[in-house]
Design a protein around this ligand. Sequence first.
Ligand SMILES: C[S@@+](CC[C@H](N)C(=O)[O-])C[C@H]1O[C@@H](n2cnc3c(N)ncnc32)[C@H](O)[C@@H]1O
Length: 332
Amino acid sequence: MSDNGVSKAKPAETPPLALDRVHQGDCLDLLARMPDGSVQLAFADPPFNIGYDYDTYDDRLAADVYVNWSKRWMAEVSRVLTANGTFWLAIGDEYAAELKVVATRELGFTCRSWVVWYYTFGVNCRQKFSRSHAHIFHFVKDPAHFTFNTDAIRVPSARELVYGDKRACPTGRLPDDTWILRPQDLPEGFGADADTWYFPRVCGTFKERSGWHGCQMPEQLLGRIIRSSSHEGETVLDPFGGSGTTLAVAKKLGRRFVGLELSAAYAERIDARLAAIEPGDPLDGAAEPLKSVPATKDGRRLEKSRPRIVKKRKPAAEPSQAMLFEKRRKQR
Ligand SMILES: C[S@@+](CC[C@H](N)C(=O)[O-])C[C@H]1O[C@@H](n2cnc3c(N)ncnc32)[C@H](O)[C@@H]1O
């Protein structure tokens, strides 16, 4: 047993996991095949234990079972990280507080930032506020030694975005975390001293969406994490591969990577996603979503609109995002 009461991994009986691919199986079994101190960055977006419908995993564990299981796989993540390694954990409201306590007080991680990811197009709710955020913890093993590449993740300042001030620093500023509405409704919500990460969720109608995994994260969000917390050539681990976003972004950004995924069907799809991209390929999605949002005034777009050709009896159009959203709302 280690100091924190978690069983240490058994000595590897099978060869260590190969890099630059996804491995299908249970993450605890697979992590046990990874050497100590072999990855610089781990990103985990585990099942949130909220009854989500995965193809093989049952996302309805008793709360204690879920927290104990989380402690076991996080302890393994800690073991395989280098001494100056970084662990990013994405988690929902239900277990954010408990897993943070496990990670910091029981496993010895230091929390550098509790980031709130605000997203649009969350599932619409009737008797409570619709959820539009997830928590992303930035943990490090050693608070005195860790990678944080600030120049790789700078964003435009409010001076530039909102006020068009020529004195705005051309290299922007570090991102931050606040309560906001949509940027087109409240541009001042992204003030110079805020740290909200605005990335739209990869919703059904987005070109980026692979369509076969409901929890696909945006590439740009993983881009910020991987750029800030690792260098080219270093190894990135994702114990819960899902649709393979972390691995795809790691490959595009010139990192080595190891992905683990319980579902054989998802792992097969991840393989195909990885085979279709090359290092150096651009990440999907808008690199700077705030700049890609059209400016509006009194509910109208300020950009010059193209002349509209009005045809009689227009054939049925593709449903818009708003229509799909409304349809989904009515179905609930
Ligand atoms: C929330 S999703 C990850 C989504 C991913 N971040 C993405 O962008 O596509 C969690 C994934 O963990 C997988 N999973 C569940 N239990 C697992 C386990 N014990 N070992 C490995 N993967 C597991 C599920 O099949 C699911 O695909």
